[in-house]
Design a protein around this ligand. Structure first.
Ligand code: NAD
Ligand code: MG
Length: 396
């Protein structure tokens, strides 16, 4: 049998990170965990290192490295603890590594994703913000580096599973795609009542258990907006080839409408271990641990249009895609600032959209013909600064 796939998980303590380790634990002969990383929750990272004994663990700074090193030394575990963003990039690009699970949240994951792409890894992409910000530059790094980009977002995994195996056949297959959206916790709430919702109400997703940032994004449907942009790059689509429908049961994970009118859908229970296991084992299939769909118990699959009055944020995706290059990075930066401020109770829920829309209108991208990663990150900084000022001026 082939040697185990050597895996690094960026953001291993998060929702996607822990689900990835859950799948990996079912197949000890197939995978070797070479590296783990976390920003906070060092206790959880310590427990993961004690269990998996990776070669490296990366944390942001020495203050967080110290307790981890102490605990590992006491247990006789030889994991090397490294610090900082550069160490994340080095780990993602190390020649010993086959696969990188990108499960950091936000644009903070862009540099290590680019490092993995440039060094030709199998790149399992959950970190949608990285692709939204990186756009064409990210896709060029994948191509030039000879990387294999495997979507982990359930919608994009669904599309990927429906498409023919050869990438060159995709364009002549796809008329358009339909991303499904659950509608989140406020699908039936009166939009006028959304001003005072609390962070706990917003993160209480009806179908999925996820990190707090993506849960808020699901409540505003900014998550779907980011996914529209993500799909544009993953599948090389024009903005008008991407549609969204609300499907409250989250059973159909997305659909491809083919040029001959045939429609392909991928179904499953709402459990991220489905797409994660497919990314890990592609093109084969391995046990994921996800519960099987019980068709006898499925009462109905229903669909409804996404309402612009209730979910105005969704429609910013097409504005950003049709705007100047860099508009998606501006939108993402504004949204990261807005969601963080909302979770810290410095911004009302309904102000998230206002902030995003204002930032897109005010921060005009100034990228030249061939923007570099540093140009994109500078634009991201500029949009964050504008959004942070906006929050300070209009805070509740
Ligand atoms: P999470 O908040 O649960 O976990 C995030 C992980 O990244 C943690 O390990 C955290 O320590 C680390 N991290 C956070 N900020 C960091 C920074 N600045 N630098 C380095 N590491 C940092 O998030 P999640 O729900 O697991 O989501 C991760 C990514 O996957 C997001 O981009 C999200 O949109 C995407 N995604 C998640 C789900 C889901 O079901 N959770 C589904 C689809 C896509
Ligand atoms: Mg998704």
């Amino acid at each position: 049998m082939a040697r185990p796939q050597r895996l690094v998980i960026l953001g291993s303590t998060g929702s996607i990170g822990t689900s990835t380790l859950d799948v990996v634990a079912r197949h000890p002969e197939r995978f070797e965990v070479l590296g783990l990383s976390a920003q906070q929750r060092i206790g959880e990272l310590t427990a993961q290192c004690l269990c998996w004994k990776p070669r490296w663990a990366v944390v942001p700074d020495e203050a967080r490295a110290r307790p981890l090193r102490d605990a590992l030394r006491a247990a006789g575990v030889g994991t090397e603890v490294r610090c900082g963003a550069e160490a994340l990039c080095d780990m993602a690009a190390d020649s010993e590594v086959d696969s990188v699970m990108a499960a950091i949240v936000g644009a903070a994951g862009l540099r290590p994703c680019m490092a993995a792409a440039r060094s030709g890894k199998r790149l399992l992409l959950a970190n949608k913000e990285a692709l939204v910000v990186g756009g064409a530059l990210f896709m060029r790094a994948v191509r030039d580096g000879g990387a294999t980009l495997l979507p982990i977002d359930s919608e994009h995994s669904a599309i990927f599973q429906c498409l023919p195996p050869q990438r060159q056949d995709w364009a002549q297959t796809i008329e358009h795609i339909v991303l499904t959206a659950s509608g989140g916790p406020f699908r039936q709430r009166d939009p006028a009542s959304l001003g005072n919702v609390t962070p706990d109400e917003a993160v209480a997703h009806p179908n999925w258990v996820m990190g707090r940032k993506i849960s808020v994004d699901s409540a505003t449907m900014m998550n779907k907006a980011l996914e529209v942009i993500e799909a544009r790059w993953l599948f090389d689509l024009a903005p008008e080839q991407i549609r969204v429908v609300i499907h409250p049961q989250s059973i159909i994970h997305s659909m491809v409408v083919c040029r001959d009118g045939n429609v392909l859908a991928q179904l499953g229970t709402p459990d991220m271990r489905g797409p994660i296991s497919y990314g890990l084992s592609f093109p084969q299939r391995i046990e994921s641990g996800a519960a099987r769909l019980d068709f006898d118990a499925l009462a109905a699959l229903s669909f409804e249009p996404a309402d612009a009055a209730r979910f105005p944020g969704l429609f910013l995706a097409w504005d950003a895609l049709r705007g100047p290059e860099g508009s998606s990075a501006v939108l993402n930066a504004a949204n990261e600032v807005a969601v963080a401020a909302f979770l810290e109770q410095r911004l009302r829920f309904d102000a998230i959209h206002a902030l995003n829309a204002d930032t897109i209108a005010a921060v005009v991208p100034d990228l030249g013909d061939a923007p570099t990663l540093d140009d994109l990150l500078a634009l991201d900084e500029r949009a964050r600064a504008y959004a942070a000022d906006w929050v300070r001026e209009r805070a509740r």
